[in-house]
Design a binder for this molecule. Structure first.
Ligand code: FAD
Ligand code: NAI
Length: 467
């Protein structure tokens, strides 16, 4: 029997990063992964393939609609979807192989098979060929991630009714794509297929898109996506999907009740959230407690109620984001090595990789109002930013929310080109407890989109220059 200091179950961004940090700190570490490749949801069927298709489809749309405006005259581009899918797969393979290399480089033993907690200090690995191995370990970190939330009564066949996984693998561009859920998956993958030629309708239960994000951001973003051609049916619920002769009929009702209508679609994407994944882990045999949403319950040190068993990433509470899982992986490894690992949940950026991008960090206006915190808001539109003007990417704005008394930055919300990169400076600023004045007095290079950040910070003190 092999003996370890740490066995990590699952090699998504949480698990593989945890294993690497533990090995760096001298812990004898193994990982167990049931997929053939490492990297979890994120690298195999999540962040990475979706961003490859977002990048490629944006290039297609640029060439179709915008090259001419810049005097770049090309004939109308043709779509080779098979080639686009192989471009995506190349990126996925490069990333998953990269993780395999990093695990080896750090001396981590990788076991392929289903990991099951056989008792405190014991992990059983069941391989596909039916063989099994027992690993003995001082500590176990569960990083088994999440799975698609199913819609009751709707069967996902991954061909006509698809989850995000099927939507990343479509063999042809659907003429009509109906998406259930105006969250981040619905809007990212809806953007991909709209750019490639689908008529996209998004049905959302609530009266807004991207719930949880700042309300003003949601409104403006929906308007922009609407102009791009995505049709929204808000405050509506899907009551059934019938598949017949290779197409779907979707029944929709107003959320508050009322007359039903039926919409035809070639493909239906179910994107109504994700649920923690703990199937076949054997948690009940050791008595690891779950909360009322099926997430593994942990304390602030990622410890479960069973000594020596820890959990991180999508399988525990908090935003289901790769960088949150990674940071928890580092923190728990450091705690196990006797250091003081820690994650600041107040400063986790959240990015939607559409065009324009949406990025946020910290509190929304709605949260500040609910908590009774007085704040000043500084807002700057990209229409007034020189670089955005010259690039013709003027959609959106930067909004900085700062404490009314101390001027400390409490939240930042951006809609705009490259918002995902722009948000990073504000995350650093918030970690350092910066005031809006600190950001405003920092010299930002000209001409860059980052000047809109500086101007929004100046606008908190009502002294923006360019508006
Ligand atoms: P996962 O990545 O889900 O990894 C868990 C791993 O555990 C899997 O490989 C699974 O096979 C393995 N496993 C499960 N059970 C067992 C077992 N019993 N034995 C062995 N192995 C097991 N987040 C972002 O931050 N940015 C993005 O752009 C982004 N895009 C996304 C796009 C899509 C379409 C989706 C679906 C998600 C996206 N996410 C994104 C979310 C991100 O993928 C997750 O937050 C992240 O993968 C969570 O990491 P994790 O390590 O907790 O779990
Ligand atoms: P989500 O939680 O972002 O959005 C789900 C949407 O579906 C919500 O707007 C919700 O109100 C709506 N909804 C729920 N039930 C419904 C119903 N019955 N009918 C109509 N609408 C309904 O979940 P999503 O988009 O599935 O993504 C899952 C997770 O993956 C997210 O929590 C996110 O953290 C992660 N992710 C992150 C990305 C990023 O960081 N760029 C990209 C993709 C996914």
């Amino acid at each position: 029997m092999s003996t370890y200091d740490l066995v990590v179950i699952g090699t998504g961004p949480g698990g593989y990063v945890c294993a690497i940090r533990a090995a760096q700190l001298g812990l004898k570490t193994a990982v167990v992964e049931k997929r053939a490749t490492h990297g979890g949801t994120c690298l195999n069927v999540g962040c990475i393939p979706s961003k490859a298709l977002l990048h490629a489809s944006e290039a297609f749309e640029e060439a179709s609609k915008h090259f001419g405006d810049m005097g770049v005259i090309v004939s109308a581009p043709e779509l080779d979807l098979k080639k686009m899918m192989s471009f995506k797969q190349d990126g996925v393979d490069g990333n998953t192989k990269g993780v395999e290399f990093l695990l080896k480089k750090n001396g981590i033993d990788a076991y392929h098979g289903l990991g099951r907690v056989a008792g405190a200090g014991r992990v059983e690995v069941l391989s596909e060929d039916g063989g099994n191995q027992m690993l003995e370990t001082k500590n176990i970190v569960i990083a088994t991630g999440s799975d698609v939330t199913k819609l009751p009564g709707v069967t996902i066949d991954e061909t006509i009714v698809v989850s995000s996984t099927g939507a990343l693998e479509l063999q042809a561009v659907p003429k009509k794509l109906l998406i259930i859920g105006a969250g981040v998956i619905g809007l990212e993958l809806g953007s991909v297929w709209r750019r490639l030629g689908s008529e996209v309708t998004v049905v959302e239960y609530l009266d807004r898109v991207l719930p949880g994000m700042d309300g003003e951001v949601g409104k403006q973003f929906q308007r922009i996506l609407g102009k791009q051609g995505i049709v929204f049916k808000l405050s509506s619920k899907v009551t059934g999907v019938e598949v017949k002769d290779g197409a779907a009929t979707v029944s929709i009702e107003p959320a508050a009740g009322g007359d039903a209508e039926k919409l035809e679609a070639d493909v239906v994407l179910v994107a109504i959230g994700r649920v923690p994944y703990t199937e076949k882990l054997g948690l009940e045999t050791v008595g690891v407690q779950l909360d009322n949403k099926g997430r593994i319950q942990t304390d602030s040190h990622y410890a479960t109620n069973v000594t020596g068993i820890y959990a991180i990433g999508d399988v525990i509470a908090g935003p289901m984001l790769a960088h949150k899982a990674e940071d928890e992986g580092v923190a728990v490894a450091e705690l196990l090595a006797g250091q003081s690992g820690h994650v600041n949940y107040g400063v986790i950026p959240n990015v939607v990789y559409t065009y324009p991008e949406v990025a946020s960090v910290g509190k929304t206006e709605e949260e500040l109002k609910k908590d009774g915190i007085a704040y000043n808001a500084g807002k700057f539109p990209f229409t007034a930013n020189g670089r955005a003007k010259v690039n013709h990417t003027t959609d959106g704005f930067v909004k900085i929310l700062a404490d009314a008394k101390t001027d400390r930055v409490l939240g930042v919300h951006i809609v705009g080109a490259d918002a995902g990169n722009l948000i990073a400076e504000l995350a650093v600023a918030m970690e350092f407890g910066a005031s809006a004045e600190d950001v405003a007095r920092t010299c930002h290079a000209h001409p860059t989109l980052t000047e809109a950040v500086k101007e929004a910070a100046l606008a908190v003190g009502k002294r923006a220059i360019h508006i």
